[in-house]
Design a protein around this ligand. Sequence first.
Ligand code: BGC
Length: 257
Amino acid sequence: MDRLKDKVALVTGASSGIGKSIATRFAQEGAHVAVNYRPGSAKDHDAALAEVASFNATATAVEADVSKREDVERMIAQVVEKFGRLDICVNNAGIEIKRPFLEVSDDEWNKVVAVNLYGCFVVSQAAARAMVKRGGGGKLIFISSVHEDIPFPEYTAYCASKGGVRMMMRNLAMELAPYRVNCNNIAPGAIATPINQSVLEDPQAKQNAISEIPWGRFGTPEEVASVAVFLASDESEYVTGSTYYVDGGLTQQVTAY
Ligand code: BGC
């Protein structure tokens, strides 16, 4: 239970869903955890504070919009000031908007790309700068999606952003290797979290989703968090530039017809 003993970790978008599970697991593994949540939502604010209070570890909640550079730089500075350094940064914050391609507006496109792609850029740049400045390496983990690789009709902005994250991570793996900063993606499939709430609440849509999954069920956020622990730990020392699928086989497209 102490695979991350005394490491300092930041998890973005950690007040719910996959981010919350990762932050919780990291705390259980002995890390000091900064739980990021977005501004403007009392629900997320309260959830982040309750989460931090529930950890049996040093932890802090940090408000920041990952799509705003000034917020992000303040957040990284706050974490470094509180814990003295940053070892692990999980780029988890993400949003999706379902809209047929012919109807997508500029606003919708820009919003999704700003959080999912620019957010990953600016957060990992600020985090990597702190890691490189201190020396001693670090871990950048990106929660992308199976849609970093496979298409998802009516989610073009989302897929484009996640495909971008895939390539960004691979570039960073090369550029940051000399500094011993490991860069990897976790690509979740259909996980039972708030992002999928409408599907989970619609029996037909849920059944359609499950029929695409060889494992025959949605995944749990904890199943994503286990892989994040490995990628955040010293055991992944020689792992960089990879995507780990946590999707019950979804990407294998084995549906018979
Ligand atoms: C999306 C979900 C979707 C899943 C599998 C995820 O990245 O956020 O909406 O169910 O991929 O298609």
